[in-house]
Write a protein that binds this ligand. Structure first.
Ligand code: DQA
Length: 144
């Protein structure tokens, strides 16, 4: 089983950006966690991070016919991007939305998620552990 993990803008700044909200773990810690989870679940995980909306759309389109699941943290594009929503709908790959912070307990604009409309599950406020939960969920439901 192949799972694509997509991260949007500023996720590469983990550990530096607003540690009170996103924690002290770095982006490299997240990559380690993904590798460990891939091993644990016996799945193939590819991670891609971009600060650019179109790059994320391109990556979702390229996953068509290749990935069996998508874990996506669109970061700020969560709350603005119809293009990412449409790309997820276009490929129809089972997707799980992840947010490191509890977006529901933050500013009202963070409580709107476009991408989430194309995701079958949303995990929020669980820190980096949320990515692990998302991968295990996809493996459990669609794993082969
Ligand atoms: C985030 C929440 C978003 O509102 C924010 O813009 C991010 C990260 C999260 O993981 O908690 O960049 O997606």
């Amino acid at each position: 089983m192949k799972i694509l993990v997509l991260n949007g803008p500023n996720i590469n700044m983990l550990g530096i950006r607003e540690p009170g909200i996103y924690g002290r773990n770095s982006f490299s810690d997240l990559l380690d966690l993904l590798k460990e989870t891939a091993r644990e679940a016996g799945v193939e995980v590819e991670q891609y991070q971009s600060n650019h909306e179109g790059d994320l759309v391109d990556k979702i389109q390229a996953a068509y016919g290749k990935a069996d699941g998508i874990v996506i943290n669109p970061a700020a594009y969560t709350h603005t991007s119809v293009a990412i929503l449409d790309a997820l709908k276009a490929v129809s790959i089972p997707a799980v939305e992840v947010h490191i912070s509890d977006v529901d307990a933050r500013e009202p604009f963070r409580q709107v998620s476009y991408a989430g409309l194309a995701c079958e599950k949303t995990i929020k406020g669980r820190g980096l552990e949320g990515y692990r939960e998302a991968i295990l969920y996809l493996k459990e439901k669609y794993g082969k």
